[in-house]
Design a protein around this ligand. Structure first.
Ligand code: SAH
Length: 382
């Protein structure tokens, strides 16, 4: 067996031929090690060691794994890779928000966004390339190419952000020191509940106490309202839930979120009421994008309060983030204030979300890989 390509194993043909190890569940990792010929008695220990190196330390090469025998490291390095997706572009907003455009294969691109805030930092992760929902105010909805991301591609977004932010724990230091990324929101491109199994596997890895150890209370999954999967989400994933509500009447919501025709508001609210684990300390976040003259009246606000009755809830009013060619405008600030006042009086604190990263099109609903456009302009020779 050749023992080259270890120390600085460059991304190239050799690593393309290797299988990615990132994203395997613990059981899959153990099966992989068994297939490599690791002794049955050593399997659990090896699996734990590798898990720690990959997800706690952020190891990029098997050679680093110094508590594992050279022979095993070599077996792993010959067959598997810890390579991250290629970064096609990095952007930093004037408010510190960062956006990475990642290539997952020819023409397959997704975006990941990091939002630093006082005392915390949130990573906004994508679950699909593009989206099938076609919400009329959302930029991602206008993108054609769609496929589900694999668990590895979902987890790799967090690994890559930790690489970029130099956010892995120092060797020899316990897990106690503050991290740049403290919270995860599945609010990037795609509908996470349409990629349930892969998202669930990725979240289990992210929440695992021997790896990233990001608590499920700090992970929020946002859905446009795939009603049949909401209960499963609570039972099997157990993360915090956010609902993209955006309208209080079915005729308006049908236009904004076409999925509403399948799962109307009443069914959606019932699914929320029944969300496993719901409590005052574990509230559902309701997102509501403020669209001028569409859903932003005081009557709408009062109806929203009525709809939320009996559900432990937070409200996030999101000023609409415009994108080129969008058929909507953002409500003006007096209208947003009047809407927010109704919510405040009903007991919902600080309901307006501050837009972040607008200057780099990294704000909510603006994510869309521009690769298609760029390729077209390249063809035109511009
Ligand atoms: N499919 C999921 C997650 C992706 S969208 C969902 O629908 O929840 C993440 C959030 O951004 C959603 O609340 C979505 O409605 C909101 N959003 C989309 N486009 C927006 C825009 N242009 N301005 C403000 N918020 C937007």
């Amino acid at each position: 067996m050749q023992s080259t390509l270890l120390a600085n194993d460059p991304p190239g043909l050799s690593s393309l031929l290797k299988m990615g190890l990132i994203g395997l569940s613990r059981v899959q990792l153990e099966d992989t090690l068994r297939a490599l010929g690791i002794r049955e008695q050593a399997l659990r220990m090896r699996q734990n060691q590798i898990w720690h190196w990959v997800y706690h330390r952020g190891a990029r090469s098997f050679l680093e794994m110094t508590n594992i025998s050279k022979e095993v490291r070599q077996l792993l390095a010959d067959a598997y890779s810890l390579e991250r997706p290629t970064i096609l572009s990095r952007q930093i907003s004037s408010d510190g928000t960062r956006k990475w455009l990642l290539s997952l294969g020819p023409g397959i691109e997704v975006e990941t966004v990091y939002i630093p805030e006082e005392g915390r930092g949130t990573l906004c992760i994508s679950s699909q390339v593009g989206c099938t929902l076609n919400c009329t105010f959302c930029h991602t909805g206008t993108q054609k190419l769609v496929r589900n991301l694999t668990p590895g591609e979902i987890v790799a977004q967090l690994m890559l952000a930790r690489d970029e932010l130099d956010d892995w724990p120092e060797i020899g230091v316990g897990g106690g020191e503050a991290r740049a990324i403290t919270n995860i929101v599945m609010m990037g491109m795609g509908e996470p509940l349409y990629n349930f199994d892969n998202v669930a596997q990725a979240i289990r890895i992210i929440a695992d106490g021997d790896g990233f150890a990001i608590s499920k209370r700090r992970i929020t999954l946002s859905t446009a309202g795939v009603v049949p999967e909401i209960k499963r989400c609570g039972d099997e994933i157990g993360v915090m839930l956010a609902i993209s509500l955006h309208a209080v009447r079915d005729d308006v919501r049908d236009r904004l979120v076409p999925l509403n025709k399948k799962y109307p508001i009443n069914e959606l609210m019932n699914a929320c009421r029944a969300y496993p684990g719901l409590a005052n300390s574990r509230r559902i976040t309701f997102e509501y994008v403020m669209l001028k003259g569409v859903n932003d009246s005081v009557t709408d606000a009062k109806e929203l309060v009525r709809l939320l009755k009996g559900i432990p809830a937070k409200v996030n009013l999101i000023p609409f983030n415009p994108w080129p060619g969008a058929p909507y405008e953002c409500s003006d600030s007096q209208t947003i204030d009047a809407f927010a006042t109704v919510l405040l009086r009903a007991g919902y604190a600080s309901p307006v979300r501050k837009p972040r990263g607008r200057d780099i099109l990294a704000a909510c609903g603006q994510l869309k890989s521009t690769s298609e456009k760029q390729r077209a302009s390249q063809r035109r020779g511009v």
